[in-house]
Ligand binder design. Sequence first.
Ligand code: BES
Ligand code: MN
Ligand code: ZN
Length: 500
Amino acid sequence: MTSLSVRSAKPTTIRTDAVVIGVTNTMKRLAAAGPGRSVQDAFGRGFVPMLASLGFEAKPGQVASLPSAHVIRSPVVVVVGLGDEGSLDHESLRRAAAIGVKAVTNAVSVALALPTDGAADVRAVGEGALLGLYAFDRYRADPAVDRPGDVVLVTEDARHKDVKAAVTTAETVARAVNLARDWVNTPSCDLTPQLFAAAITDHKSDAKVAVRVLDDKTLAKQGCGGILGVGRGSDNPPRLVGLEYSPRRPKAHLALVGKGITFDSGGLSLKTGPGMMTMKCDMSGAAAVVAATYAIAELGLPVKVSAYAPLAENMPSGTATRPGDVLTMRSGATVEVHNTDAEGRLVLADALDMATETDADVIVDVATLTGACVVALGTRTAGVLSNDERLHARLPEIAGRAGEPMWSLPIPEEMKTKVTSSQLADLRQHNPEPYGGTLFAAAFLREFVKDRRWVHIDIAGPAFNDHEAHGYTPKGGTGAAVRTLVRLAQEAADGALSPG
Ligand code: BES
Ligand code: MN
Ligand code: ZN
């Protein structure tokens, strides 16, 4: 991956292949912002009229590349639109950084001279650049895009301790997001439960994270009827990966649970062809919690993390679970299966039950759980459901600070009745009514968290981008929720999770 560094050099004299600057449009007046100002000054009075002639209005997302013709030392100036000066925030910096670095081709090094005010801004620029430069070319002879080897962040405060730390954090977080993206993008044939478990175990990290893999026999011993019930239709047996990061004096303890369906065909309740096309992404929750756990450990955050990734392949076959079957879950509850395509809640239920055996302050699960959530919130916003009012309010705020849109959805009282309305078992797995599918699924999960404080994040929309790349979000796997989980740990270290 591209390396990130920070320097207090001048954008006019720095020797890189390209310099990216930001231009704002405040009441129709264009002006280079922050360190980019010196580049505008070097070009002189013709700079703004030249941008206007190029049709550049400094709208967010807009970009123009100019030959610098020896006006500054670097041969190319990339100008990115920042919109109104007053609208600048971390998210616009992330996007601008990504759009700037992506506009440069055939370069070894790029300087990013965007306006930053302090460490948090520098972190946003660094994150945006590394996230924007992501490409998945494991299956190509020739890489589809060429990326610069070095990205240099230009800021006057380059020597400040907190700015240096911000660059390290940006790098760690972006690497974690990109790791999750790699796993999501890997086709299901190369990421069976076994292979995914091996990839998690083999992940190179200097940080101390204990990893254990429970195979199907061990899962049977533990009575994990949900995970085994989903996995039994496949020739690739299920696994559960547990990770533990235990720092010396933890200020909080998080239990993270991620849905890890390595392929979701729907099982006997088979999906349509187009409906299963992208279902290699159904392990995005597991990828997120694992990548976030490694990042939290690498950052050395004083938060204990216990993570659980139940991994199974949901396939139809002569051994598959049938609609109408009853499963006995790890918790002891029995579940009547109505639709084998509602498999995520079954594997999560067993893993949530394990998580209740820790002394975690909060349990967070992340899952590509319901198409209904995409209908409700679109493809870029995750749904947040919880049994704890305070957490429910806090989590979307934390996600917002991490740059990930999330929105609260309720678990209405009626869903409790529906979940417990099975004719023959304790719980029913699926609500035949086509309404409120996300809410029903959350009500089902809630049955397995006992009295623990719990948040459920449904990332069915944002986990996988079927459309064109935008900002720092690529096509395919996005690494959704990784940044939120790392941010949650950072804020938990500062007491954000304390009840009441
Ligand atoms: N993995 C899917 C949900 C999904 C849909 C994720 C679209 C990403 C994009 C999940 O297992 C599923 O199939 N859910 C069903 C539930 C239904 C049968 C109650 C759905 O949403 O249709
Ligand atoms: Mn499904
Ligand atoms: Zn699924």
